[in-house]
Design a protein. Structure first.
Lengths: 367, 260, 299
């Protein structure tokens, strides 16, 4: 079963929450809506649930237009950010609630809730009230309630944001497992890019009520289509540079061509793509596969300002002098190659031109 | 300042002419006049609290969902009404629904064959008590309505529940203990109302409604030789109030059990 | 279905407004009416009753007494409650139970019963009996019965302002308890203090039973004057109406101040998440207690 929105717009007073958004979620696919708060992602989700009416456009669930159909006749399942579990009902009754109000016979309700309790590993907590559960258990109960009526689409509104980091990644995987096991069409709202990347088949990056890019996580990561997508996805170094002869360069670290007619451009490159070159003789057995090489003075000179141990990699914050100003950037180096690179040390760095994304900067700013 | 007088009353109710006795209690409890007053007080308070709950609940629901500015206006109005009391209100009610009150005259002028009940009748007192009790109930329970979260209603909608189903299964069960607690507070408040009752029902002459507070008032002022009557009645009032307040705490704890 | 709901809303609002406003309207008209016996509206209007009422030195004196008594109770309550609640929150939580019980008593006990209890309590002993029928006794009694309104308002304000942390911060800055209360606590709970004080004022101002029982005619307050105007052999209905309208007007202004103070306060201390309706008034805090806690702790 698929879900489609076509050209929907929504305005709250002076705020344009959604501006002509179209999106299709294919059968059994999980799409993540990713963006900063206020970008319209939750509004879009609520519109599909029927909790908001669009000012313009259509909502289609399973090839039937439901734009004006009230929420309670849409057959969606929704997990709220706050879970919104009914406090006066047990876990079992919460999960059974959508079936009960649909008038299903009691034995059927019982069978289905048992099945979901089992699937979500909540069997032991079935007769507890929501306030007697841990955050993760509440989250699973909310998922169970959303899944109970076998909805055409599962809508998840920042379902993990209230949990601590450890539980969050476990539950993220669990949601994905259940979604794939049940082959259910799902839409997942989050502002956490790593969560979106991990869980979704495709990620839609949203800003100012528009979808900036929709793509598979790997494509989004490697080839962000807009400046905003590049800023928002992955941790990136950004440098705004003047265009000279159709090219931008960061000292002698890299030089790339830009589309004709651009006067200023912003260049993005990832910390793990920054290659450090030691000044002086090579230390240790560093080959080209690592982030550190040594040899003739190639690349842009810089000073190490901060050294952060991140586990498998070590992050170096570098300061470099470009065009008379100081630019700062981060470089991630495998920790085993980072020996001897201390704060204050002089290094050179470079970035392969193919790993640099450049977006023109319009005079008024923006992408 | 507060506890000692209560103990003094209990003591006073057990003493007559300087010697301890239970005769005060026996006399009061077997007297048909005092029995009427006790029943009258309980009945009036019960009916008043029920009226306040039935009318106040939808109003509280409505006011609670208003945008801030409009809500402030309503709260100011409710605040005034809840705080108006006593003689002034009694007189205002006489001027409204008394035999030559504004509403009475209006109804007569329009040819409606119905006149408001006399203000000193049971129905009149219920109507009068409701004037302060309904706003008081709204103000008291309004914070409790804040526990109803919007996303529960939305979750119910997404779950395919109708509005009626939502209220029956979720909204009312969650609110019920708090509404019950509000009822008890109004009940407690109503059994102790004196000045408004005094203004509406008066003290002298033929009283249509017998109330314990009115009896205590007249006893203190005119019957100095048998203040033990007032003592006993006051202790009974005190007992009612304590039981009601204790149940109130119990109910609140019950209401909060899903939220701890 | 939903049409019924949509229709119900304005109907309930209009009905409530009419119900609350009609008696006020009636008494305003009454105070301005020349003669009003058979028609829907008075046959003529005059300010005579107002000039008569406020030209009567007895009523003016009653207003002065009521205002003075109410102010006294409000100030006394503020002076007693702020340090007590501060202490109970910052130093000794066990006082809290005592305070809460004391705050519950005046609500549970009819004022009439309290007054009667005080009267017999002091009357039983020749020394304390001298206190009976005196102004200090009345003032103390009003301070006691109005205590809960101040207590709930101040307690809620302190809770909203997070007074425990403020007190700790002040202490690490080297402030003495008195300095902490004056410089840190009071400014932060001012709206609560104001609304509490106004509620105490309003309650004391309109209180009838305690005044009647404890002191009677020798200290005639506005409610006593009104009762007399209603029941004396020569009733003064017109002046009574004028005095009642004046009282309502005073109440309305005070209520408006409470609501305004509350709104400013709510705006200042607004926190994320579920915002429960602010416990606007007095006893509201009694029920508000648990819901506020609910709203604060994420479920």
């Amino acid at each position: 079963m698929s879900v489609r929105v076509e050209g929907v717009s929504k305005r709250f007073g002076a705020v344009q929450a959604l501006a002509d958004v179209s999106l299709e979620v294919r059968d059994a696919e999980m799409v993540a809506l990713l963006g900063p708060s206020g970008c319209g992602k939750t509004t879009l989700l609520r519109m599909i649930a029927g909790l908001e009416l669009p000012d313009a456009g259509r909502v289609v669930i399973d090839e039937a237009e439901v734009t004006r159909v009230p929420a309670r006749r849409r057959n969606t399942g929704m997990v709220f950010q706050s879970y919104a579990l009914f406090p006066n009902l047990t876990v079992r009754d919460n999960i059974g609630f959508p079936l009960e109000v649909r008038g299903r016979p009691a034995p059927d309700v019982r069978a289905r809730t048992d099945e979901l309790l089992e699937l979500l590993q909540l069997t032991a907590q079935g007769d507890r009230y929501p306030n007697q559960l841990s955050g993760g258990q509440q989250q699973r109960a909310a998922l169970g309630r959303a899944l109970a009526p076998s909805p055409a689409v599962l809508l998840l509104d920042e379902p993990l944001s209230a949990l601590d980091a450890l539980v969050r990644s476990t539950l993220r995987d669990e949601i994905r497992r259940v979604q794939q096991q049940l082959r259910i069409t799902a839409l997942y709202v989050t502002h956490d890019q790593s969560e979106a990347m991990a869980i979704a088949d495709r990620v839609a990056v949203m800003q100012h009520g528009r979808i900036e890019q929709i793509a598979a996580p790997s494509e989004l990561y490697d080839r962000p289509a807009t400046r905003f997508a590049a800023t928002f996805v992955g941790s990136r170094n950004a440098a705004e540079l003047a265009v000279v002869d159709g090219r931008v360069r960061l000292g002698s670290a890299f030089e790339v061509t830009v589309p004709a007619g651009t006067t200023r451009a912003v260049a993005f490159f990832r910390p793990e793509d920054v290659e450090l070159v030691r000044e002086g003789p090579p230390i240790g057995d560093s080959s080209g596969s690592s982030g550190v090489s040594s040899g003739p003075a190639a690349g842009q000179p810089a000073t190490i300002e901060v050294r952060l141990f991140l586990g498998a990699t070590t992050r170096f914050d570098l300061a470099t002098e470009v065009d008379g100003g100081i630019a700062r950037l981060s470089a991630d180096i495998p920790t085993r190659d980072a020996a001897g690179l201390d704060v204050g040390a002089r290094v050179r760095f470079r970035v392969a031109p193919g790993l640099v994304q450049v977006f023109p900067v319009e005079p008024g700013g923006g992408a | 300042m507060l506890l000692a007088p209560a103990l003094q009353l209990i003591w006073g109710s057990l003493v007559r002419d300087g010697s301890p006795t239970l005769a005060n209690w026996v006399d009061v409890l077997t007297s048909p006049r005092h029995q009427r007053e006790i029943v009258g007080t309980l009945l009036l308070a019960g009916v008043s609290a029920s009226v306040a709950t039935l009318i106040g609940t939808p109003i509280a629901l409505l006011v609670g969902r208003m945008p801030a500015v409009r809500r402030s206006g309503w709260l100011a109005l409710l605040n005034v009404a809840a705080n108006i009391g006593g003689i002034g209100l009694g007189f205002a009610l006489v001027a409204t629904i008394g035999s030559v009150g504004m509403v009475t005259l209006a109804l007569r002028g329009l040819g409606v064959p119905w006149t408001p009940p006399p203000v000193d009748s049971f129905e009149g007192l219920v109507l009068g008590f409701a004037y302060t009790n309904v706003p008081l109930f709204v103000i008291l329970t309004l914070p409790a309505f804040g526990i109803l979260r919007d996303d529960w209603a939305e979750a119910a909608r997404v779950s395919a529940a109708s509005r009626t189903q939502y209220w029956r299964r979720i909204g009312l069960p969650i609110l019920a203990p708090f509404l019950g607690a509000g009822w008890l507070l109004i009940f407690t408040w109503s059994i102790g109302i004196y000045s408004l009752a005094y203004a509406l029902a008066g003290t002298g002459g033929v009283q249509r409604v017998s109330l314990m507070t009115l009896r205590i008032g007249t006893t203190i002022q005119s019957d100095v030789f048998s203040t033990w009557r007032a003592d006993v009645l006051a202790v009974i009032l005190l007992a009612f109030a304590l039981v009601a307040l204790w149940s109130y705490r119990l109910l609140l704890r019950r209401g909060a059990r899903w939220f701890r | 279905m939903s049409a019924v709901w949509r229709l119900a809303r304005p109907l309930v609002q209009a009905g409530t407004a009419a119900y609350l406003l009609l008696p006020i309207l009636a008494i305003v008209l009454f105070s301005l009416a020349t003669r009003w016996t058979s028609s829907i509206l008075p046959s003529g209007y005059t300010l005579d009753h107002w000039t008569a009422a406020f030209g009567d030195p007895r009523l003016v004196a009653a207003f002065a007494r009521s205002i003075g008594l109410a102010l006294g109770a409000a100030v006394l309550d503020a002076v007693l409650v702020v340090p007590a609640v501060y202490w109970s929150r910052v130093r000794n939580p066990r006082i809290r139970t005592v305070l809460q019980v004391s705050a519950a008593i005046p609500f549970a006990l009819p004022y009439l019963v309290i007054a009667f209890g005080i009267l017999t309590l002091y009357g039983g002993n020749p020394i304390t009996a001298q206190l009976n029928n005196t102004l200090p006794e009345l003032l103390l009694a009003h301070t006691a019965i109005c205590f809960p309104f101040m207590y709930w308002a101040v307690d809620a304000a302190m809770s909203a302002a997070g007074i425990e942390r403020l007190a700790e911060a002040a202490e690490t800055c080297g402030a003495s308890p008195a300095q902490t209360i004056r410089r840190v606590i009071v400014p932060n709970i001012l709206p609560g203090l104001v609304s509490g004080g106004i509620l105490v004022f309003a309650t004391s101002f309109g209180e009838f039973a305690v005044v009647q029982v404890l002191i009677g005619g020798s200290f005639e307050t506005v409610p006593l004057w009104q009762a007399d105007a209603l029941y004396s052999t020569n009733p003064r209905f017109d002046e009574l109406a004028a005095s009642a309208v004046a009282t309502f007007g005073l109440l309305f202004v005070l209520s408006a101040i409470v609501v305004a103070a509350d709104r400013r306060w709510a705006a200042r201390f607004r926190r994320g998440g579920v915002t429960a309706a602010p416990p606007i008034v007095e006893t509201g805090a009694a029920i508000a207690e648990s819901p506020t806690q609910i709203a604060d702790s994420p479920t």
